[in-house]
Each structure stands twice: as C-alpha cells, then as structure tokens.
Design a protein around this ligand. Structure first.
Ligand SMILES: *Cc1c(COP(=O)(O)O)cnc(C)c1O
Length: 510
C-alpha cells in the first residue's frame, strides 16, 4: 500500500455528516427501513393482492410539486404506507399467482443492498476488477449448475454476462448474428434476413427484430397446435425456412423457448438446432422463466440439446430468488458479441484492456453503465447453496402439482395443457358449460364464461391470477413461486376459484 495508510478508517469522519450521505442518518434510517420492510412482508396478506385503485388515484393524494425543505423519513414512510402501498399489486404476497413470479429472498435482498452500497459502474475491468471478475466466476458457477456445455463457459471457450432483461440479451445476440451474416453476404442484404420463432414465442423477438433493422415482414411466428402442446415443430420450421430460401431470403436467427410465457411449453432444442445448423442460423434459447428449474437434475432434460445453440438466457429475477433486475446470458462465441457491441472510448483506454487479459463487459451489452449485479447472485448462490435452491424450486412445483390435482377433481374444470413446471393452465370446460345449459358451447361463449370467472376471482382481492389465450382458448393461469407461498395458500386459492365458479356454474345444476 506504499506510504498511504488505507487500512485504518479516519477517526474524524465528521466531514461526512449532514451531506447527502450522512452516515449517522444512514445507520438510523437504514434500520428503520429494514423494520418497515420486514413489517410489510409480515402484514402483506392484509392487502388485496391486486391493487384496487383507479387510474390517477395518486395525483389526488400527493402535492403538486417537490418539497423545498427536507422532510423526515418518518413522514415519508408514513406516506409510503398510506398512499403508495394501496396502489401496489403485491407481487411478494403468498397469494400472488399472476404472470410469472418475481421471487425475492433474504439473500437476494441483501445482495441488492450491496449492489447499491458500492454503486460501482463496472463498464470495464479497471473500473472495478471485483465486479467483473465476480461476474465471470458466478456465471461459470451457474453455468455449471445448469450443466451447460463448456463451450458456454469462461472455463471453456464461451462466457456469460448479466443483463437487465431478456430484451437486452436478445438485442445483443440478434445484432451479433445479424453482423455475422451480413459480413458474409453484404450489408445491402439486410432486407433479406429472416427471424424465426413460434406463435408462442415471447413478443421480445418481434420487437427486437424491428430494433435491429429486420423488416417486419421477415419475422415468422410459426403456428403451434394443442396436439403438440404448443411447441415449435422442427418439421414445420424446416418447411418454412426452405420456402423462404426459395424466395431468395436469408434465414439467420431462431428463437427456441424453454417455458413459453402462456403455458410453459418447451420447444425441442435438439431437433430445432439440427434444422438451424443446416441453414447456418444463430439459435437463441429463451428460458426466461423455466431456466432456473434446470438446476434440478429431474428438469435438466428440458434443455437437452443446448449444445447446438449459440446463446441461452434466463431471468434470475423471475424464479431464482434474485431481486430485479438480473438476466443471465451465456454465449458460445463471445467475440461475435463483442464485435457488434464494443466501443472504443478514449477516456476508458487502459493497459489492462489493451493486454486482452481481462473481460470488459461494456462490450457485451448495450449501455456503458452497468450495475454490480453479480454480487446479489453470489449472495443467493452462497446463502442457500445448490441443495436448497433446488428444494425451493421443487416445493413450488409440488404445490403446483397439488393445485393441478385439485382442478382435476372438479368435473367442471379441465387442465388445458400438461403442467411442466409450477404453472397450471386451466379453464371451465366447454362440456360443463353446455351441460349446465348456460349457452351453446361455442368457443366465444366458453371464453366469455372463463373471462368472467377470472374477473370475479381477482375482484375478490384474495388472490391474483392472470390469463392467456392459446389456440383460441381463454385459459386461467395459476403461477406458483412467490417465496412466501405455502400449501395453505394454494388450498385457499382453489377455494376462491370454487366459490366463484359456484356463482357461475353451481354444482347443483349438474
Ligand atoms: C418473462 C419473459 C420474458 C421477459 O423479458 P424481459 O425483457 O426480461 O422483460 C421474455 N421471454 C419469456 C419467455 C418470458 O417468459
């Protein structure tokens, strides 16, 4: 350390007092905040899960302009309680079964505090060596847990990076794939490039296609059917690709999904990658929700065939106990990514980067600025260990199985597609509706009755579920995965469903 003594904190730190980072106040208010947070979680079930406020509610409650003079934290927290909390939909409620989960955990929480504590801007290695190096280590750990082939790991020939969202990951990989193909066929041919997914692929692919300059007519959402559980058929993919090539177009990017957003369908990676390989396409695997489950040996089969893909991403902020935001992306060929994403800014030039012995993550993403996300993932991995993480996920799957079983015991309902993970897709069956003589059971009426049921369930405030439309069917989705959810909450959720269906389709009408 030379002559500078950094080891002992300065005794007189009064210079820090009463500025924007008043350390006495940080300690005092920080403890208050932790109390507030713990109380919030403790009392979370006292609020309706789905916020019941009307649009514009907050403007009526808050002042017209920012305060000129400081306000005490006590007052601010009271306003959070009185005005903000009522306008929240409580994603951490054990009765939140909507969308996909956003599972927080103690470790994820504390990790996020450390991210904010250091608040480093780790664009390159120099700007915080620990941030970069921890990210490479954590991505290899996690890649190992998922049994990703070595070609995706830093210890092999690939590597992983933390982004803020799947959208960012897809922008980066699609831009890399675009530049790779255009360097071969010439930039003037960008209008010929075609992107493939299924009609179940997340809207991220279509949106990003537009962002990276692919003509919107060159996005293919290949139709799926209920007979194949809404998975993308490799045969249909091949036919579509062939017909595009005959028309003089250039296939270049395929998105396969492991755990689609509507029903958690799993596209067959191996056969799809085989087709893509025949035509030189980049394959991205979007496992935003279900990727985390693949750390369990019994679910790893869902990403069998991953070795044929070019990139793979999942959102740790969804079902992996990590606070927003944290999307894990692995690529087989980092140089394809950095070729498209790297910048050369004079003010960032340094010897470490020039030595090529370090990773500069700014060249793996869109922005220059980047958060120290790796530390929260590190806390999650270390605090729970692989064994517990697997068991947390398994407990959600087990509860989903239980809910699925309850649905199957009521003859008015049907489970629409086989459950793969912790999402159950169900609806009142068309036969039950026609049997009750409510309506002739054409699809539209069946959908309306199910939509009415979901609105009634959510209007109760007890639980919150959402819907999807697949193959023309309106289905209710019960997604289990909030960290506080226990068996009793799932049982209660089913009771709420039954109470409301009784009002629409009383069992006595049977
Ligand atoms: C949730 C989800 C996304 C979300 O993308 P973000 O950019 O992270 O918001 C993408 N793909 C799938 C399949 C999802 O379920």
């Amino acid at each position: 350390m030379g002559s500078l003594n950094f080891d002992h904190p300065q005794e007189n730190n009064s210079a820090h007092m009463s500025g924007p980072l008043d350390l006495v106040e940080l300690r005092r208010q920080g403890h208050m905040m932790i109390d507030f947070i713990t109380d919030y979680y403790q009392n979370i079930e006292k609020h309706p899960v789905l916020s019941q406020v009307q649009p514009g509610y907050l403007k009526q409650r808050l002042p017209e302009s920012a305060p000129y003079n400081p306000e005490p934290i006590e007052t601010i927290l009271r306003d959070v309680q009185d005005h903000i909390v009522p306008g929240l939909t409580h994603w951490q409620s054990p009765n939140h079964f909507a969308y996909f989960p956003a599972t927080i955990s103690t470790a994820g929480f504390l990790g996020e505090m450390l991210t904010t504590c250091f608040n480093v801007v780790g664009f390159n290695w120099m700007a915080s060596p620990a941030a970069t190096e921890l990210e490479t280590i954590v991505m290899d750990w996690l890649g190992d847990m998922l049994k990703l082939p070595n070609s995706f790991l830093f210890s092999g020939t690939g590597g992983g990076v933390l982004h803020g969202s799947t959208h960012e990951s897809v922008v980066c990989t699609m831009a890399a794939a675009r530049d790779q193909i255009l360097s071969r066929i010439g930039e003037e041919n960008i209008g010929k490039l075609v992107v493939y997914g299924s009609d179940q692929t997340h809207s991220v692919i279509q949106k990003v296609s537009q962002i990276v300059g692919i003509p919107s007519k060159n996005f293919r959402a290949i139709e799926t059917t209920i007979s194949s559980s809404f998975t993308l058929s490799p045969e249909t993919l091949r036919l579509t690709v062939c017909s595009d090539m005959k028309a003089g177009l250039v296939p270049f990017y395929l998105c396969a999904t492991v755990g689609t957003t509507a029903t958690t369908a799993v596209d067959p990676l191996g056969p799809l990658c085989d087709v893509a390989k025949d035509y030189g396409m980049w394959v991205h695997v979007d496992a935003a929700y279900a990727g985390s489950a693949c750390i369990c040996p019994e679910f790893r089969q869902y990403i069998d065939g991953i070795e044929g893909a070019n990139s793979f991403s999942f959102n740790a902020q969804k079902w992996f106990f990590t606070a927003l935001d944290c999307c894990c992306l692995w690529v087989k060929n980092p140089s394809a990514l950095t070729k498209s994403m790297s910048t050369d800014l004079e003010v960032l030039r340094n010897k470490a980067s020039e030595s090529k012995r370090v990773v500069d993550f700014k060249d793996w993403q869109i922005a220059l600025t980047r958060r120290f996300r790796a530390i929260k993932l590190w806390l999650v991995l270390r605090s729970y260990g692989v064994a517990n993480l697997r068991n947390f996920l398994r407990s959600h799957v087990k509860m989903a199985k239980r809910f699925e079983g309850l649905v199957r015991t009521d003859e008015r309902f049907e489970v629409v597609v086989p459950r793969n993970f912790a999402l159950v897709c169900f609806r009142i069956s068309p036969s039950a509706i026609s049997k009750a003589n409510l309506t002739p059971s054409d699809e539209k009426c069946v959908n309306e009755v199910n939509c009415k049921l979901l609105e009634a369930i959510n209007g109760s405030g007890w639980v919150y579920m959402t819907h999807a439309v697949v193959g023309g069917m309106y289905v209710l989705r019960c997604a289990i995965g909030a960290s506080l959810t226990e068996e009793k909450h799932v049982a209660m959720a089913w009771k709420v469903v039954q109470e409301h269906v009784d009002a629409i389709l009383p069992l006595t009408m049977y």
